[in-house]
Design a protein around this ligand. Structure first.
Ligand SMILES: [Mn+2]
Length: 304
């Protein structure tokens, strides 16, 4: 391997924020999962991780809102997982093994998708460590099977509900009839529809996650397609960027987030703001995690 020592000031690595702390010294580990094999409408989220990482390299590490540099907690981006040609089952198993290792090393894994199916691998990797799975999503992803598959982007919340004590899906604004039936017969799932968005809905979510260990999944399509058009399955009537940031802040303030993923972003040629918006949401989440977990004092401020 070529030694890069002496070149540190002259190179910007292809890693999140262009920062690459050693794995050992990092609190946050970014893992790209370029997988979109079960996408039913528009594949393309396989290109999501690289686009988010590329855009993040142009973001300032200083967070103006928090008044600190969250990246000082140590960020490490591992190479993308080799899952492009995998079956859903084998991709889930790969994600599970990688996340299991990152968790056992005492770090917070951050998965970049890729389609939503990968959340199942993430949850399996931290399974005993979480009490609640929270998805921010335009869709419930609650089919029992979809197009003949048990493991797919449209069944992922249902599969996860069979593994964890409690599932909350926030921001939903379209539902299949079969999903409705499945939801009605599940007693550990709370669906908070987009129609209910507002202080009451967010309050209900935060009450449920208070003090709990949470796996957080952000499906990019929870945002309105006018803000983030490059999506595998767009749905109008979504949340604004500020809406999502305030929901994230509330979750990190109330709960203990042990792992997170950002999925279903499917880059469009020539469009840069989308990937940057995703990168910003990832970095905001890291900043809020640092602020509210209180594990490191980087001088981040809680003023709101
Ligand atoms: Mn979705």
């Amino acid at each position: 391997m070529v030694s890069l020592s002496g070149l540190e000031g002259s190179i910007v690595p292809y890693s999140f924020l262009g920062i690459q702390e050693s794995y050992e010294d990092s609190s946050y580990v970014i893992v790209g999962v370029p997988y979109d094999a079960t996408s039913s409408w528009m594949p393309g989220s396989r290109a999501g991780p690289l686009a988010i990482i590329e855009a993040s390299r142009y973001m300032d590490p200083y967070d103006m809102e928090l008044g600190c540099i969250p990246a000082e907690a140590g960020l490490h981006t591992i190479p993308e997982l080799s899952v492009l040609e995998s079956t859903p089952e084998s991709m889930v198993d790969t994600v599970k093994r990688v996340i299991g290792k990152v968790i056992s090393d005492g770090k917070v894994p951050i998965l970049l998708g890729g389609e939503h199916t990968l959340s199942l691998g993430g949850v399996l990797g931290v399974k005993d460590g979480i009490e609640v799975y929270v998805a921010l999503d335009a869709h419930a992803d609650f089919y029992d099977d979809y197009e003949g598959r048990r493991i797919s982007h449209a069944t992922v919340s249902k599969r996860i509900s069979e593994l964890v004590d409690e599932v909350i899906i926030y921001g939903v604004r379209t539902l299949g009839w079969e999903e409705r039936e499945e939801l009605n017969s599940s007693d550990n799932v709370t669906l908070i529809p987009r129609l209910a968005h507002g202080d009451g809905a967010l309050g209900g979510l935060l009450k449920k996650v208070k003090g709990k260990r949470v796996y957080l999944s952000l499906d990019a399509d929870v945002l309105d397609p006018s803000i983030l058009p490059c999506l595998g399955t767009p749905e109008p009537g979504g949340m604004t960027y500020r809406d999502v940031v305030s929901v994230l802040r509330g979750i990190f303030r109330s709960a203990s987030v042990v792992a997170m993923d950002f999925v279903e972003f499917s880059p469009c040629p020539g469009m840069r703001s989308d990937a940057y918006t995703m990168a910003r949401l990832v970095y905001k989440s890291i900043g809020y995690h640092i602020l509210y977990s209180g594990e490191q004092d980087l001088g981040c401020s809680a003023d709101e």
